[in-house]
Design a protein around this ligand. Sequence first.
Ligand SMILES: Nc1ncnc2c1ncn2[C@@H]1O[C@H](COP(=O)(O)OP(=O)(O)OP(=O)(O)O)[C@@H](O)[C@H]1O
Ligand SMILES: [Mg+2]
Length: 333
Amino acid sequence: MMPVLKVTDLHVYFDTSAGTVRANNGVTLEVREGESLGIMGESGCGKTVLFLSLLHLQQPGRIVRGSVELDGRDITRLDESEMERLRGRVIALVPQNQATALNPAYTIRQQLTEALKVSRSGGSLGSLSSRRSNDYADSEEQFKRVFEDLGFEAGPVLDRLLRSYPHQLSGGMRQRVLIAMALLMRPRLLIADEPTTALDRAIKAQSLNTLQRLRGSLTMLVISHDVEAISATCDRVAIMYGGRVIESGSCTDVLSRPRHPYTRLLLAAQRRTRGEPLSAIAADTLNLIDFPRGCPFHPACLEAMPVCALETPPEHLTDDAMVACHRYNVEAD
Ligand SMILES: Nc1ncnc2c1ncn2[C@@H]1O[C@H](COP(=O)(O)OP(=O)(O)OP(=O)(O)O)[C@@H](O)[C@H]1O
Ligand SMILES: [Mg+2]
């Protein structure tokens, strides 16, 4: 079956006064219908640049090579008006910062109504207009439906929520509103950027629970550096390092039996720092301007071989898993 999203060899560079920053260096991945794919990696590995590039929002970065296909159609070179029709409605984003993503001047009901209008009429989200919103008779039904999907019973609590302004809600509740807003658009693909960052433990659990409910019924891309968030919400995971996917496979396999030396280090560091932000392992030492030859991880790799400094490791594929590491090519030969 054709994947919903297929990214092939995507290269995204930023020109800076210090030189060209190679933020994405050949990202290849697929998200299949109804599955939830996690993208995991340290700060700076290129996660945000990747999803911004899918939406053509990576300015001032430029896509220098590669393709992004949505339901088989290459969207890499669509113009801005075509992308506007796609953003929100076909690819919806749950932004990272729930504290600032909602408009403080409007109630939740007004903001959800606007999202509904956009999903039906075209145009883009982001400019709450003074248009009247009374001609959406079934909008309340729609709101109930999406909140029910998120585990929220219709009743006085929901009524109060819809009447509230963003500042009257907790962080967890604002995040559910953002997810509800994305769901109202009935998107083909939902991207959640760092859904648990900056949330305390109780709210984090709520947030994961919300995403878990959607799992299976929606095609999702969950971006996180947190193994707990990925394993709770994803079927498959892609590990990024140096702007590239270096290992992917089912969550069960990759998280319990990581094969790439970097993935093993990443998971070990998470176990040590459980609950705390992930400490830098190797990304700090990687220079994205003066990119090392061979495998980008080889200078920090405890298992590096001479070939690792010379040649970029090819993708080694087995069944549903991929690892880009010379060790596996040697073993396979
Ligand atoms: N506008 C820009 N100009 C120059 N370099 C940039 C720009 N935006 C991003 N980068 C660089 O691209 C690399 C990837 O950044 P990105 O934001 O995608 O990382 P990330 O994986 O999302 O990290 P985090 O977990 O901290 O969100 C970083 O080294 C970053 O400094
Ligand atoms: Mg990021």
